[in-house]
Design a protein around this ligand. Structure first.
Ligand code: KIV
Length: 301
């Protein structure tokens, strides 16, 4: 394996580099991140791409879908992620209705992720219908990552978060979407919630890297929501998720221990306290004179 793509390689991950990874057969790793601390963790681990996903609506804000998330909110989280990142490529997710209203609106919003959010690219959910917008954004110099298959912003149109492309006709539609997005100039494409063989066919049919989530092993890369990967989501365990840690369980145990130690007086111990400072009586009483003489402490009314 070439040095690039290895955790010790500190060169920033760029759009051309991601394209080369597909031709080299180096799998791309992508994880969502929403703040500087998690960004730093994944960046240091050598993850290639950090997606500031609109999934933040569900895992950070506690909403039941991604629909309420705004451009300003994603940009706020992008800025935090950018501060914690040195090497990874940062992608800002364009939320619901942030590109459909007019071509000008789409371009202005896309540009803000780069100029205000510190991202290097945007992601946009949509296929054939989104292709003219993708083309326009790309021509303005903003790299676009596409997203087809299960597109969570269309949750109501899909009748829930359902696997897409299961019939021959539906599979042909997802393939047509993928090709339209690639031809419009997107530099990579998320394939979400589709059968493995369809993902494989799409991956072979287009030149740009595919990044799968719930799309099987044949994509050029994989993405997971960081809260799923780290086991922070308590109730949701979708089939396509592998939990690499149990942060919720570990965090719960830690929080309970803290509660018990504070109640029992074990914490803080001397080791977690600052040394004693001797204050003689004269100093103490002169300090209390200063306090009562200060207007902020003086008698009211
Ligand atoms: O918002 C998000 O986190 C995403 C990924 C699941 C691809 O779009």
């Amino acid at each position: 394996m070439s040095g690039t793509g290895h955790a010790s390689d500190q060169r920033p991950v760029t759009v051309p580099r991601l394209r080369t990874m597909k031709s080299e057969g180096t799998r791309i790793t992508m994880v969502t991140a929403y703040d500087a601390t998690f960004a730093r963790l994944f960046d240091e681990a050598g993850i290639d791409v950090l997606l500031v996903g609109d999934s933040l609506g569900m895992v950070v804000q506690g909403q039941s879908s991604t629909l309420p998330v705004t451009v300003d909110e994603v940009i706020y989280h992008c800025r935090a992620v950018a501060r914690g990142t040195r090497r990874a490529h940062i992608v800002g997710d364009m939320p619901f209705l942030s590109w459909q209203l007019s071509p000008e609106d789409a371009l202005r919003n896309a540009g803000r992720f780069l100029s205000e959010g510190g991202a290097q690219a945007v992601k946009l959910e949509g296929g054939v219908d989104a292709a003219p917008t993708i083309e326009r954004i790309v021509k303005a110099g903003v790299p676009v990552m596409g997203h087809v298959g299960l597109t969570p912003q269309s949750v109501h149109a899909m009748g829930g978060f359902r696997v897409q492309g299961k019939t021959e006709e539906a599979a042909a539609r997802v393939l047509a979407d993928a090709i339209a997005v690639a031809e419009a100039g997107a530099y990579s494409l998320v394939l979400e919630g589709i059968p493995s063989d369809l993902a494989q066919r799409i991956t072979k049919s287009i030149d740009i890297p595919t990044i799968g989530i719930g799309a099987g092993p044949h994509c050029d890369g994989q993405v997971l929501v960081c809260y799923d990967l780290l086991g922070l989501t308590a109730d949701m365990k979708p089939k396509f998720v592998k939990r690499y840690a149990e942060f919720f369980e570990d965090g719960l145990a830690a929080a309970r221990l803290y509660r018990d130690e504070v109640r029992s007086g074990v914490f803080p111990s001397e080791a977690h306290s600052f040394g004693n400072v001797k204050v003689d009586d004269a100093t103490a009483s002169s300090l209390s004179l200063v306090r009562t003489a200060h207007p902020a402490y003086g008698p009211k009314g």
